[in-house]
Design a binder for this molecule. Structure first.
Ligand code: CTP
Ligand code: MG
Length: 475
């Protein structure tokens, strides 16, 4: 009986895997098209660079170069590998050549590093300058490692494991942990490749992840003691970069992403289902959603920011998460304890911060602790500060060994407090400069169903999931 059941489960899993592979592995036509585009671009751009007098070569890297991209994702990463005798001052010249090559419709973005994003022949291309790695000189910029990553993966990832990387990426996307970008704080494409090199297959990675512990070390290199690594890297997951032992490839992986992956891996192995890879998209009826907001047991507060000049996603999400944190901290200190919070953005013109409270209004009085009576001088000061003052509602009185007083609560509603903190943009509470400028101009602080006007976008789906409050794969 037992073995029959196990066999049936294994075959279910194989069937499920085949079905998913059909959708995520590019067919011959797609491969040919992508390959032709890459060759054409590498050749033409390298020539342009040479014509401009630059010692540089255009090379495709990332998942397209490593044969691990998901079918239909038309993202190509093109690196402009510069002679390492140049330094960063050459970047503007390089980017000018790219802009001229692309013609229309490019955007220039700065994260840690400048790059150009453009649509070329129906592909979304990122053109990223870097320096040819030289072991004597070491890294000149963060992106210099990428060609080394491509080299390592090409050498160590067997042909038949490429599709296992694709399955792992798709699984991670489905459970919302794929991507090292600030928004997600999850697993990069390169990290997926390394995990498959180490474990061998999707199932083996999931089995491994289901018993991970804090400070887990996935060791491809070998030879370094776990305790030393944990001292060097403080992140919850440690995967030493085989091309650079000083770096943790999993440094972006947050606690939430790592443990979400672990929990999802266990759930999937217990009961393999397609919705781990393809989460069901619930149809959200706006009237129904508004009813649920009205009937929700907790109060909701929304901070809506209209943006007219949105920053690159990594910078933007950094600002938004910081704003979420400082607001939650300040609210908590004023006794408005935040139950949960989250951030939504269309990354184009609107951001919405969501805070949930047990109570969004508090009584007009707050109890403040004074000094122990034993401390004569402090006691006298306390009495002088509060006795008969306009802000004193009751007391001061003695309770046990101390003075206490009941004073008027400066702000009785969470909305009022948020509005006053953000009135001048909230620089003083730690809102980033760029975001605070936008808050000063176009800010809405709304409660509960007042958010109704904003439910015409993808925000409705986000709020639906927030109210449900559990991962889509959990059953
Ligand atoms: N990269 C970078 N700067 C960018 C874009 C990419 O340095 N502006 C580097 C990343 O560090 C990575 C490689 O380029 O080494 C590819 O990045 P990315 O496209 O995010 O990952 P892929 O491995 O290509 O995975 P995916 O299939 O998701 O595209
Ligand atoms: Mg890519």
């Amino acid at each position: 009986m037992e073995s029959e059941r196990t066999m049936r489960e294994t075959s279910n899993l194989a069937e499920l895997r085949e079905g998913i592979l059909k959708r995520i592995v590019p067919d011959g036509t797609e491969r040919d098209e992508v390959k032709a585009f890459c060759l054409r671009t590498e050749r033409a751009l390298t020539e342009r660079l040479r014509d401009a007098g630059l010692r540089a070569v255009a090379e495709v890297h990332g998942s397209v170069a490593r044969g691990t991209w998901l079918s239909g994702e038309r993202d190509v990463d093109i690196f402009i590998v510069l002679d390492n005798r140049y330094d960063r001052e050459v970047f503007p010249r390089v980017l000018d050549v790219v802009k001229e090559y692309v013609g229309e419709g490019w955007t220039e973005a700065y994260a840690e590093h400048p790059y150009i994003r453009a649509q070329v022949d129906g592909f979304n291309v990122e053109f990223v300058p870097c320096f040819l790695f030289d072991s004597q000189q070491g890294l000149k910029s963060a992106t210099d490692r990428t060609p080394l990553h491509t080299g390592f993966v090409r050498e160590h990832l067997p042909m038949e494991a490429h599709d296992q990387v694709r399955l792992l990426k798709k699984f991670m996307k489905g459970v919302n942990v794929y991507g090292a970008e600030v928004k997600v704080g999850g697993f990069s494409g390169y990290l997926c490749e390394l995990l498959i090199i180490q474990y061998g297959s999707l199932e083996a990675v999931l089995e491994g992840a289901s018993t991970w512990s804090r400070g887990e070390v996935v060791d491809l290199v070998g030879g370094v003691d776990v305790r030393t690594l944990r001292k060097r890297f403080k992140e919850p997951l440690i995967v030493v970069d085989p091309v650079d032992p000083g770096r943790n490839v999993a440094s972006a992986v947050s606690d939430t992403a790592m443990w979400t992956f672990t929990a999802a891996a266990r759930a999937f192995l217990g009961k393999p289902r397609e919705n781990f890879f393809y989460p069901e998209e619930a149809h959200v009826d706006i009237h129904d959603l508004l009813e649920r907001i009205r009937g929700h047991s907790l109060s909701l507060l929304f901070v809506v920011v209209e943006d007219w000049q949105v920053d690159v996603p990594d910078v933007l999400w950094g600002q938004l998460y910081k704003a979420e944190k400082v607001l939650a901290d300040h609210l908590g200190r004023a006794d408005f304890h935040v139950f949960r919070s989250a951030v939504w953005s269309d990354e184009a013109s609107r951001h919405i911060l969501v805070f949930e409270f047990e109570s969004a209004t508090l009584p007009a009085i707050v109890k403040r602790m004074g000094p122990p009576i034993e401390m004569a001088e402090n006691s006298e000061q306390f009495i002088k500060a509060h006795l008969g003052e306009e802000t004193t509602i009751t007391g001061p009185w003695i309770e046990g060994d101390r003075w206490w007083v009941g004073i008027r609560r400066p702000e009785t509603s969470a909305r009022g407090l948020v509005a006053s903190m953000l009135r001048d943009g909230g620089r003083d509470i730690g809102i980033s400069r760029r975001l605070s400028e936008k808050m000063r101009d176009g800010l809405g602080v709304l409660m509960d169903e007042e958010v109704g006007d904003y439910l015409d976008t993808d925000f409705a789906g986000f709020l639906d999931r927030f109210l449900k409050g559990r991962p889509g794969w959990l059953e």
